[in-house]
Design a protein around this ligand. Structure first.
Ligand code: GLU
Length: 549
């Protein structure tokens, strides 16, 4: 069989050779870690992407290497306008920046010497390598029609065989003569290019996965498609060519790809390339609220899978990052305990410490971590963050929040104490938590305690207003409340009321609650005196007056 002739019949227009491309894309600096993110441009960017990107970013940047963005857009049905910017911006928000690749240059141009970074623009490259394989007898055109493929599949299923093109059903197309191929092409018959697999499915391949260690699997024996009938490569072929030519050293990707690893290893070998270090990350799981079982995060059921969720809710990127590291690396929490104030990037991230079993994602845990992370961010920085968030997601409140001095004081409440308050979790929650500081959002949300009659409530507030002096310090202020408490027949010590409920109407706690509700609209809040100092005298008086009325 004259395979060179076959290659010319199939790829007459391809004149560049693999050697030409090797020269265009020379090896990078020895010893540098080169990683990439290879998302498809569907516009949906999820936690799994962030999780993977985070590993990529750390591996490359810890080593002074390069992290690039390659768009895997061979499936053009799924292309969504603006998706590349979304990917870049979503990751940038979390502090993950690409050094190179699609849209990473100034004005969203592509940056780097290893492009094009869109697979859809790399057609001739894939074809040059496919042509070479054909000319070496390692790949061949396959004219099996949809119907024939369906028949083969049905037969294999009926015989409980693995489905696919291998063995007998591959024979005919493997052995077509050049004349037959020419005749088929002349007759306009569509064809794919398949790998002529050398595997027997019995020997094992052993791969040292960066996360999982030695992974041993039966070798590939299927004549997988490398170029589809429209000339576009399959994922298998495209990523092998790209990761080789872009000189990727580490491929971080989801566990769902582990199964096709034998195909990829065979492709690397057949093409004469050195495979990268594969790092197959664990699937992100969550505990299902209803069943209590672990399950995969789902796009349909779990809004928290989408990265947009964290931006809309206003999670601080530092919190999300801190949390992701706790699920990514088993020794991170220990490190954090020993180094509470260290920069997160000082933690030495290793793939070996990553779990290969499903990583459990838990929003409650993220919230806990977020409380601690926010405590370390100065209030004025948090104020900026809140304003940025509001501009995008709560524009009506942005005007109010732009008084930075006021907002900073609010956010600082209770943070300087020995045991600081941990009220702040994410922007949306924070806004709800502090909204009573803003007149437009101030509402009386709760009822006064049942121990206090309406008449007493009015009396409490009237006396409170009469004796109110904005310059009182905290103890003086509270002493006045105690006086009102005693005067109106309530216990000054809650203990006394508990012991002898028949002797009092209620206690100082109930009296304070009335005042708290008047000032904040709520029965729970940080220290009322502190709140009043921030609200200012006029607002305090107006609110008390309002409730009396
Ligand atoms: N395009 C693939 C995906 O979106 C990328 C897999 C890989 O990183 O190799 O899942």
């Amino acid at each position: 069989m004259d395979y060179n002739r076959l290659a010319e019949i199939l790829f007459p227009h391809i004149d560049k050779t693999p050697e030409d491309y090797e020269a265009i894309y020379p090896p990078r600096e020895e010893g540098k870690v080169i990683t990439r993110l290879g998302p498809s441009p569907t516009g949906f960017i999820h936690l799994g992407n962030l999780y993977g990107a985070f590993v990529d970013e750390r591996l490359a940047h810890q080593n002074g290497g390069t992290f690039y963005l390659r768009i895997e857009d061979t499936d053009d049905k799924r292309y969504v306008e603006g998706a590349v910017d979304t990917i870049i911006n979503s990751l940038k928000f979390f502090g993950i920046n690409f050094d190179e690749g699609a849209g990473c240059g100034p004005d969203s141009t592509d940056a780097g010497d290893y492009g094009p970074y869109y697979q859809s623009q790399r057609g001739p490259i894939y074809q040059a390598f496919a042509k070479r394989l054909v000319s070496e007898g390692k790949a061949y055109p396959c004219f099996l029609t949809e119907e024939e493929l369906a028949e083969i599949r049905a037969r294999q299923e009926a015989n409980k065989m693995t489905t696919g093109i291998y063995g007998e059903c591959a024979e005919k197309n493997r052995n077509l003569t050049c004349e037959e191929v020419e005749a088929n092409i002349a007759a306009g018959k569509p064809y794919t290019i398949r790998l002529r697999s050398c595997g027997d499915g019995e020997h094992y391949i052993c791969v040292d996965d960066g996360i999982r260690g030695d992974v041993s699997m039966p070798c590939n024996y299927q004549d997988v498609v490398i170029l589809k009938a429209n000339g576009i490569p399959t994922y298998h072929f495209a990523h092998v060519i790209d990761d080789h030519l872009m000189r990727t050293t580490h491929v971080v990707r989801g566990e769902e790809w582990l199964m096709s690893l034998p195909i990829h290893i065979e492709l690397f070998k057949t093409l004469g390339f050195e495979p990268p270090v594969y790092c197959h990350t664990a699937v992100l799981m969550k505990l299902d609220d209803e069943t209590g079982n672990k399950r995969k995060l789902s796009k349909r059921k779990d809004p928290e899978l989408s990265l947009d969720y964290y931006r809309q809710e206003g999670y601080h990127p530092a919190a999300v990052k801190e949390y992701l590291l706790t699920i990514l690396n088993s020794n991170f929490e220990e490190w954090r305990m020993a180094n509470p104030d260290a920069d997160i990037n000082d933690f030495e991230f290793t793939t070996e410490k990553m779990s290969s079993a499903g990583a459990l994602f838990d929003l409650n845990k993220l919230n806990d971590i977020s409380k601690d992370v926010l405590l370390k961010i100065p209030a004025d920085e948090l104020a900026d963050f809140m304003l940025e968030w509001a501009k995008e997601f709560k524009p009506k409140a942005a005007g109010a929040l732009s008084d930075k001095e006021y907002l900073t004081k609010i956010l600082n409440i209770g943070r300087d104490e020995a045991k600081p308050r941990k009220d702040l979790i994410y922007a949306k929650q924070i806004f709800d938590f502090i909204s009573y500081f803003y007149d437009d959002y101030f509402v009386i949300e709760e009822r006064i305690p049942e121990q206090v009659s309406d008449e007493d409530a009015r009396e409490i507030l009237k006396r409170y207003l009469e004796t109110y002096d904005h310059s009182d310090d905290q103890p003086t202020w509270f002493e006045k409340i105690r006086t009102i408490t005693a005067d109106l027949g309530y216990a000054v010590k809650p203990k006394d009321y508990k012991k002898h409920p028949e002797e009092y109407k209620g206690s100082v706690a109930h009296v304070s609650t009335v005042i708290r509700i008047a000032v904040t609209g709520r029965s729970q809040s940080p220290d009322v005196w502190t709140i009043q100092q921030i609200l200012g005298e006029d607002r305090v008086r107006a609110r008390i007056q309002e409730l009396i009325g």
